[in-house]
Write a protein that binds this ligand. Structure first.
Ligand code: NI
Length: 274
């Protein structure tokens, strides 16, 4: 999830790409315009959880209102040098099949770390890691964004009841992989389906170690740390996947992979496919 052991300034180095439409991957104004447009066009609820470092933390809700349907949470953009996640969430929302959405209640936090996204930096403008400090582990304090998320524990707990997908990238990698946290002893059908969706675009990471974690068959299984993902698992989420697209491949392919994995995540909602 976030075991990066890059050089000391890894959180401050800027990574940006040109998108196929000519906009830059860090174009937050364009990003917000498109998100607002799709919300209006498709009748999705767009709100903010609050403000962190002067920027809104946007939240979008869509799908069925029926409380009995699976409740799924998708969160993206913890790290500003991983832009394919936020753009992938946006493209998913723009094109998602109405029938797929109607079977779930989907909450999306498409871009957590806006100041990092705008700068193309992993960390936020204060140099904080927005995916650390959720469990009060020694030496870790929550970022400004993390404090906002922690303050909405009950909302997020309810939204992720039946599953959480987080969309990350590994900027120095050429291989795809994912983390899966499950209340089981081995990765289940969702993890394998997400990996297959990622593998349709990229070679899979070989067995061994990735960011200090054991990886087998492209999956890091039941790893726990001070991340948002581990916090949500502690809060009772049924299962969690954290997908990683490799930053050494073209941005449009990474966005397409993220979009495909979000679609897979919804297709495997409890009672619909797994
Ligand atoms: Ni990340």
């Amino acid at each position: 999830m976030d075991q990066k052991k890059h050089i000391d300034d890894a959180g401050a180095k800027s990574w940006t790409w040109a998108l196929p439409d000519g906009h830059a991957s860090e174009d937050w104004i364009r990003y917000r315009e498109r998100l607002e447009a799709v919300a209006t066009r498709r009748g999705f609820e767009l709100a903010t959880l609050g403000t962190a470092l002067g920027e809104p933390l946007l939240m979008l809700c869509c799908g069925a209102a029926d409380p009995a349907v699976p409740r799924l949470l998708v969160v993206s953009g913890f790290h500003g040098e991983e832009p394919a996640g936020p753009w992938g969430v946006l493209e998913f929302l723009e094109a998602a099949d109405t029938g797929l959405l109607s079977g779930v209640r989907l909450t999306a936090l498409p871009l957590v770390n806006v100041t990092g996204f705008r700068a193309g930096t992993r960390f936020n403008c204060r140099g904080e890691n927005p995916n650390r400090g959720y469990l009060g582990l020694p030496g870790e304090t929550p970022s400004h964004e993390g404090q906002l998320l922690l303050a909405h524990r009950e909302l997020l707990q309810a939204a992720a009841r039946d599953g959480l997908l987080t969309c990350h990238e590994d900027v120095l990698m050429s291989h795809a992989y994912l983390y899966s946290c499950e209340r089981a002893t081995a990765p289940g059908a969702l993890a394998h389906a997400l990996l297959a969706a990622n593998a349709a675009f990229f070679p899979v990471h070989p067995d061994g170690i990735v960011d200090g974690c054991d990886i087998t068959g492209g999956i890091v299984f039941n790893h726990h740390d001070g991340s948002f993902e581990s916090w949500m698992m502690q809060q009772g989420a049924a299962r969690i996947a954290c997908v990683e697209t490799p930053g050494q491949h073209p941005i449009e392919r990474r966005i397409a992979a993220q979009r495909a994995m979000i679609e897979t995540f919804l297709n495997f909602a409890p009672g619909t496919g797994d």
